[in-house]
Design a protein around this ligand. Sequence first.
Ligand SMILES: CC(C)(COP(=O)(O)OP(=O)(O)OC[C@H]1O[C@@H](n2cnc3c(N)ncnc32)[C@H](O)[C@@H]1OP(=O)(O)O)[C@@H](O)C(=O)NCCC(=O)NCCS
Length: 208
Amino acid sequence: MRYSIESMTMNDIPRVIEIEKLAYPTSQWPQSAYRRELQENQWAYYFVMRDIRYENQLTTAKNGGDKKTQKLFSFFAPKNAAYNPKVDSIVAYAGLWLMVDESHITTIAAHPDWQGKGLGELMLIHLIDTSLKIGGFRLTLEVRVSNFVAQNLYRKYGFVAVSTRPHYYSDNNEDAYIMWTADIRTDQYREMFEGHRAKLINKLFQEG
Ligand SMILES: CC(C)(COP(=O)(O)OP(=O)(O)OC[C@H]1O[C@@H](n2cnc3c(N)ncnc32)[C@H](O)[C@@H]1OP(=O)(O)O)[C@@H](O)C(=O)NCCC(=O)NCCS
């Protein structure tokens, strides 16, 4: 599969912010918030996903490459001349906080050019796997009432809206749904989760 998920590092933050500006045009976290999360919050778990094929293209072009590759690169390459293929090939990110035995998803986003390809779902699967490992046995999050795409993704993985937080989003005063999963250790949850995971992995492998 052409995608890999790793823990977010300080070097990744500028690219994460770049994606965040595109994925959440009306509200972003400042760089300092990510720095604090990575350096000071021992209960925070943040991840980035790389598109390995894109990373290889950027690396080939950076190292010279033939004319065709250079041309391709001039289309793909970030305007910033000091590009770093390892960082610029990040296409999605996500994070959660472990609070006792619950995982609170704080953010999840894919670069708009990579949305609708199963990567948001792959990232959510990683968060659920991580939660199981670290002892977060129910997951929760807030989502804009207008964000049907994200709600569909969450519902697919067993999240249910249990209440509404009025005017939660300060940019437009929008309400948030608070969504929760059931206990992710149950056989019923595992069966649903593994079924969706197998289908997605199969699809991503077939795409190369
Ligand atoms: C929400 C987001 C992370 C989903 O990631 P994605 O890579 O675009 O979505 P995926 O391709 O993984 O799709 C997974 C599921 O999401 C839902 N979904 C995705 N695109 C959709 C669309 N255009 N319309 C309706 N539902 C959609 C579906 O349930 C889909 O499952 P399916 O393929 O079985 O139908 C991504 O769209 C994004 O970054 N959005 C902007 C930031 C954001 O809103 N984050 C969530 C904040 S709470």
